[in-house]
Write a new protein. Structure first.
Length: 287
């Protein structure tokens, strides 16, 4: 009786997207074709930002329809309108924004320009214009020959895909092996030093700076030993704290008068204690 569920529910298959279909407007998902500046909030809207836009037909270019898209800026209440330009294969801004100019002239960049329709018709009908156009094309070709030759020579180096692929894979294998060795060395150093922080790769500047630094003690071992022996040979045998006990011991031995002159007298010496030093080679009967 109804033919479909949409007719039974009095709804459109596109649901909310077709709510203005009676006015010739369809809601679509529109993607910004280039960078623009919003006239309402003056913010930048990048290429590729998507909006829910109202699409409607506003005219034709020959038999190609021209569509206009109306969308609301996501940063303010301003509406932006854009439409297709079949003649220039581009989009043009109608209102609400201005384009960030990033276009260039193909003729100034020495790019190949498409032949205009009027020029194409003239080439087909006017023999003299076709002859002049051919002479100009040959002169352009002669000027471009060195550039084309260099481009062909550069492309010929990349013809052998297998050799290029093999070289690239070999480079990747060597780099992977180097990275694995560095990771193993870093892990061993971390385990030895008990470090939990990641180690960065050694730089040439760090290596040069480390070579200039030398860590050593201010005095060598031999110097310390020599200073210690000098200190021992120059100090007295008895410290001031033990002078009293040493004096009592000498008095008991009958050497107190000769060794010590009172408690505060000069320190005892080997000669005062009756000690005789002999040189090496002298016996008990020597001189």
């Amino acid at each position: 009786q109804h033919g479909s569920l949409n007719k039974y529910h009095h709804s459109h298959p596109l649901r909310e997207r077709a709510r203005k279909l009676s006015q010739g407007i369809l809601v679509i998902r529109f993607e910004m074709p280039y960078n623009i500046w919003c006239d309402g909030c003056k913010n930048h809207i990048g290429m590729g930002v998507r909006y829910n836009a109202e699409k409607k037909k506003v005219g034709t270019y020959y038999t190609t329809p021209i569509y206009r898209f109306r969308m609301k800026c996501h940063l303010c209440v301003n509406y932006i309108e854009m439409q297709t330009d079949p003649a220039g294969c581009d989009y043009v801004i109608v209102s609400g924004a201005r384009r960030k100019e990033e276009r260039w002239d193909m003729k100034d960049n020495e790019q190949v320009l498409p032949t205009e329709r009027e020029e194409k018709e003239k080439l087909e009908t006017d023999a003299m214009f076709r002859l002049e156009h051919g002479v100009a094309d040959r002169a352009t070709l002669q000027r471009a020959v060195p550039t084309l030759a260099s481009l062909q020579e550069a492309q010929s180096a990349w013809k052998d895909d297998f050799a290029l692929n093999s070289r690239l894979r070999r480079h990747f294998r060597e780099e992977k092996k180097t990275l694995r060795e560095e990771e193993e060395e870093a892990a061993a150093l971390q385990a030895k030093a008990g470090l939990s922080i990641p180690l960065v790769r050694e730089a040439e500047e760090d290596r040069r700076l480390a070579a200039l630094l030398k860590y050593h003690s201010p005095d060598s071992y031999e110097e310390k030993q020599r200073m210690k022996r000098t200190e021992i040979s120059s100090r007295s045998w008895f410290s001031p704290a033990t002078g009293g006990r040493a004096g009592e011991a000498l008095r008991k031995l009958g050497l107190g008068g000769r060794a010590l002159r009172g408690r505060g007298g000069p320190p005892a010496t080997p000669a005062g204690l009756g000690i005789v030093r002999r040189r090496s080679g002298e016996g008990p009967e020597g001189p």
